[in-house]
Design a protein around this ligand. Structure first.
Ligand code: FAD
Ligand code: UDP
Length: 366
């Protein structure tokens, strides 16, 4: 066997594993079915602007060891994510904070805001929230739920909020301070020069083959390495034999505009049900761009079907059960590690994927 490890997928999980394995003196081959490395964090330069081709990515973490790890490969800028919500032309600050409450209700103090939310929560009669709708109303009240959450969430997930798990909305902070920082994270930023360069550094000196689908030639590839690290969809690995896990896919419509500033912010979320896209990203603002032109991407969310890119695992009960069945099969497979957002069917942020890959490296490589 020519390699110690065959890493399937050149996204963050695969790149971290490959880097660590090489560092331990292992012989590694990375194969990637796309024409580029970096998985979903891939950035491509258009008009001098780093465009986040598979969706906007803002690095944020509370884990110092992960921050120390990534900053070996890139210097990060001081970007802080503060998306703006656009509800039929009314603009609100995100995440939900005193600016949002003031615009929504005219309240001025935290006590007034808390009292308004309490009143709306009591009126809705929710004591033990069981789904995303109930969780959202408990956290921020009915008005914010109706204007800033319901439409966006139902477009994003293609399911009513009453059928979605509450953890999804708990991703967003609710603050009774004037703070528009979308994340509760000690460390945040965008790698200067783009994510692709950062992943290139991780993969430095490692053999990478692009446009190469592992599943199209699995038995041949299995013969080339002692062990496989697979970061593709777990159900695809097993030829969907137990059924298909559900994912949400996203279609991006990207345009170059001959003006320096389109929306004045990196992300504007369209939270009404009627606008067909969920958000518009203006890529230059991730890096405080001064280019004469600008590049924007509208995001349209859709149900995944075979052949589409699987972006978001739908971590509800039904899919959770099917995933557990696949996981049982995976545990009986020899010489293979399933990792990452698709391999573990988990709504992971970048920092969590890196932490998970490093944890696996500790167990596997010592
Ligand atoms: P991926 O990046 O998906 O990499 C897996 C790779 O495997 C892909 O390149 C794929 O082509 C390849 N592959 C699959 N099957 C095969 C095969 N059969 N043969 C060969 N190659 C194969 N996280 C944040 O922290 N901040 C954000 O702002 C953020 N924004 C996001 C926005 C969107 C729209 C999405 C979808 C996710 C976002 N995330 C964000 C999450 C982040 O993208 C993931 O945590 C991270 O990229 C996952 O890395 P991964 O290596 O597990 O998966
Ligand atoms: N969300 C919302 N309104 C917004 C932004 C987010 O209702 O303006 C909800 C929506 O359900 C979304 C979830 O909060 O799926 C998590 O948002 P986040 O921005 O973390 O989603 P991601 O960046 O992963 O797409």
């Amino acid at each position: 066997m020519k390699y110690d490890y065959l890493v399937v997928g050149a996204g963050l999980y695969g790149a971290v594993f490959a880097h660590q394995a090489k560092k331990c003196g292992k012989k590694v081959l990375v194969i990637e079915k796309r024409p580029n490395i970096a998985g979903n964090v891939y950035t491509e330069e258009i008009e001098g602007i780093n465009v986040h081709k598979y969706g906007a990515h803002i690095f944020h973490t509370n884990d110092k060891s992960v921050w120390d790890y990534v900053t070996q490969f890139a210097e990060f800028n001081r970007f802080t994510n503060s998306p703006v919500a656009n509800y039929h032309g009314e603009l609100y600050s995100l995440p939900f904070n005193m600016y949002t409450f003031n615009k929504m209700w005219g309240v001025v103090t935290p006590e007034e805001a808390e009292a308004e939310i309490r009143k709306q929560k009591e009126k809705a009669g929710i004591t033990d929230p069981k789904n995303l709708e109930e969780q959202a109303i408990s956290l921020v009240g009915k008005d914010i739920y109706e204007k800033l959450i319901k439409g966006y969430t139902e477009k994003q997930w293609g399911r009513p909020c009453t059928e979605l798990p509450s953890f999804i909305i708990k991703r967003l902070p609710v603050r009774f301070t004037f703070d528009n920082n979308y994340f509760n994270a000690l460390y945040q930023g965008i790698p200067i020069g783009g994510y692709t360069k950062m992943v290139e550094k991780m993969l430095d000196g490692i053999e990478v083959r692009l446009n190469t689908d592992y599943l199209a030639n699995k038995s041949e590839y299995d013969k080339s390495a002692k062990k496989v690290v697979y970061t593709g969809p777990i159900d695809a690995y097993f030829e969907f034999k137990l059924g298909t896990l559900e994912y949400r896919s996203v279609r991006f419509e990207t345009e170059v505009l001959d003006k320096p500033n389109f929306q004045g912010n990196a992300a504007v979320n369209y939270t009404d049900r009627e606008t067909p896209w969920t958000r518009i990203i203006e890529h230059k603002w991730f890096e405080f761009g001064t280019q004469p032109k600008t590049v924007i991407s509208r995001e349209f969310s859709s149900e995944w079907k075979r052949g589409d890119e699987p972006y978001y695992p739908v971590n509800d009960e039904k899919n959770g059960e099917l995933y557990r069945e696949y996981k049982n099969l995976a545990e009986n497979e020899k010489n293979i590690i399933f990792g990452g957002r698709l391999g573990e069917y988990k709504y992971y942020d970048m920092d969590a994927v890196i932490a998970s890959a490093l944890d696996m490296c500790n167990r596997e490589l010592g």
